[in-house]
Write a protein that binds this ligand. Structure first.
Ligand code: MEZ
Length: 542
């Protein structure tokens, strides 16, 4: 099964969303690049599904300092300030790259890039292409990638990173038939995106199974703040099969109102100043509370209403929303949507430096698989900017890395082959275990948490991890590997949630009464690696 193909390159990029493709474009200036994509590159990740926008300071009345302060405040000051500084300073330059490469954003009457308000921001700085911003960005990046010599390996899933003396030297990937390729590289970039598919209800594409968190963890990297899971306030609630699908924040940015079944604009009770444009953690909790306290709809959601906007405004500014809801039998020009929180983004991840080095030599990371940029709560519109800013930086750092010996350790490969082949003799259908994992995470590690619930989740995850999972054929081995990654990601989330004894940003422990003013919390990052786990304490504050 193994090593049917051996590929050697300067830079290996794992992941083909906005961060991975941006990294590949940059790295290809320095040497030969291989990009491994679990899906068809450019089609599968979450970037293409990002609807509402990209935050960048483009007007004299706005400033990078204000963007930085909005991001830190929104992130409950858990963000790494150096990463936020980079994000906010470089987002406009990376936006300019996209425009130079042909991306078409909406413009104002005087031909400036149009910007709309998004939650938690003091200035309307979210640039957009209708409500298909990510799609426009991804199409542009893919065209640009085509102009480089990058070799794209479509529909290959990485099963493990390959160690090299004290670091990482490439990866092993399986194609759809279960045939392996060994890719040896001087430097390796993880750009695998997020993992909220570990929850029952999620906005993520099917590819969002948290592979990168698990690959990085197994390779010895340090992960921070994995408990910080963003629940997007507004996911579709019905029909059943569409549950969780993203209803963009742009709906609220364009003036959409949140109402409970009593017709109340309930955000007045939770954030009277910012109302619907409060930060996502606050709005998601508000909606969940309305539903829990009996003021939700029969479907378990609240109303999101844009019927006061003109049909023309809805048709031009929210065309995807209009089309999506028409397909569900709802005309949002005439009736409200029903929405509820949905797992959207993991704000924790691999610890990185501003030049995207992880704690493991030879391994770089960018985009959602990293932690520290968004702190305890991400502002809508900062993720697309993150992919471009840190994608470029990761590609550049990996590209500049020196050449290394590229060798295959036959013992290591033989052990991997034995582990993968064992799945063919397993007993339990991975789809059954996957279902249980997703329900467990949704029910016990969601918006509101307690230590008891988290321990229940951890016990289930530990049991699922030990099951003899079965691959019905070699092409199903990857399903078993994916389940293993999902279990690892879920376990990292839950273990980290148990480590943080405070309520902060998206992390709410109902059994913990301690709430600090975010800026003065004595706690820093939670961290988990193969060798240690804990929470940083800021002695100076204590
Ligand atoms: O940054 C995001 O998550 C985003 C823009 C999503 C959305 O609501 O459209």
């Amino acid at each position: 099964m193994l090593a049917s193909e051996v590929v050697r390159c300067h830079v290996l990029i794992i992941g083909s969303g906005g961060a991975g493709v941006r990294a590949a474009i940059e790295a290809s200036r320095y040497g030969n690049v291989v990009l491994v994509s679990k899906t068809i590159a450019g089609k599968g990740g979450c970037t293409t599904m990002a609807e509402g926008g990209y935050n960048a300071v483009l007007r004299d009345q706005d400033s990078c300092d204000v963007h930085r302060e909005d991001t830190l405040r929104g992130g409950a000051y858990l963000n790494d300030p150096a990463l936020v500084e980079v994000l906010t300073r470089e987002a406009p330059e990376r936006m300019a790259d996209l425009i130079r490469w042909g991306a078409v954003f909406d413009v104002t009457e005087n031909r400036m890039v149009a910007q709309r308000p998004f939650g938690g921001q003091k200035f309307p700085r979210t640039c957009y292409a209708g409500d298909r911003t990510g799609h426009e960005i991804m199409a542009t990046l893919m065209e640009r990638l085509d102009g480089t010599d990058t070799v794209v390996m479509n529909e290959y899933s990485v099963v493990d990173l390959l160690p090299r003396e004290g670091g990482v030297g490439g990866a092993v990937a399986l194609d759809r038939r279960g045939e392996a390729a060994v890719i040896l590289a001087d430097s390796t970039v993880l750009a695998t995106g997020g993992g909220t598919q570990v929850y029952d209800i999620s906005t993520n594409s099917a590819a969002g199974t948290g592979d990168g968190f698990a690959l990085g963890y197994r390779a010895g990297a340090k992960l921070i703040d994995m408990e910080m899971v963003q629940f997007h306030p507004t996911g579709a609630v019905y029909p059943y099969d569409a549950r969780g699908r993203l209803v963009t924040e742009a709906v609220r940015g364009e003036g959409g109102l949140l109402l409970n079944t009593h017709g109340e604009r309930f955000m007045e009770r939770y954030d009277p100043e910012r109302m619907e444009l409060s930060t996502r953690d606050v709005v998601a909790r508000a909606i969940a509370t309305e539903v829990l306290e009996g003021r939700g709809t029969d479907y378990g959601g609240v109303y999101l209403d844009v019927t006061h906007l003109s049909p023309g405004e809805i048709e031009t500014r929210l065309p995807v929303m209009l089309e999506q809801f028409l397909a569900f039998g709802v005309d949002i020009r005439r009736e409200p949507m029903v929405v509820a929180p949905t797992a959207h983004h993991i704000m924790g991840g691999l610890a990185i430096t501003p030049d995207c080095r992880t704690t493991v030599p030879g391994l770089y990371a960018c985009g959602e698989v990293t932690g520290g940029v968004h702190g305890a709560n991400r502002l809508g519109g900062n993720a697309l900017a993150d992919t471009q800013v840190f994608g470029k930086r990761a590609g550049e750092s990996a590209g500049k890395a020196p050449e290394q010996d590229k060798y295959i350790d036959p013992d290591r490969l033989a052990a991997l082959e034995r582990r993968l082949s064992a799945y063919l003799d397993g007993e339990v259908n991975p789809a059954v275990a996957r279902r249980e994992l997703k329900l467990t995470m949704w029910n016990h590690a969601g918006i509101f948490r307690t230590a008891d619930e988290l321990n229940t989740a951890l016990a289930t995850i530990t049991r699922l991890e030990s099951l003899p999972i079965r691959a019905a054929s070699p092409s199903n081995i990857i399903d078993c590997c994916t389940l293993r990654n999902m279990c690892t990601t879920a376990s990292l989330i839950v273990r980290s949630a148990l480590l943080r004894p405070e309520n902060r940003g998206a992390h709410v422990r109902k059994d913990v009464t301690t709430t600090w003013e975010p800026a003065t919390s004595p706690f820093g990052h939670t961290y988990v690696s193969l060798t240690s786990a804990g929470i940083e304490r800021k002695e100076a504050v204590l």
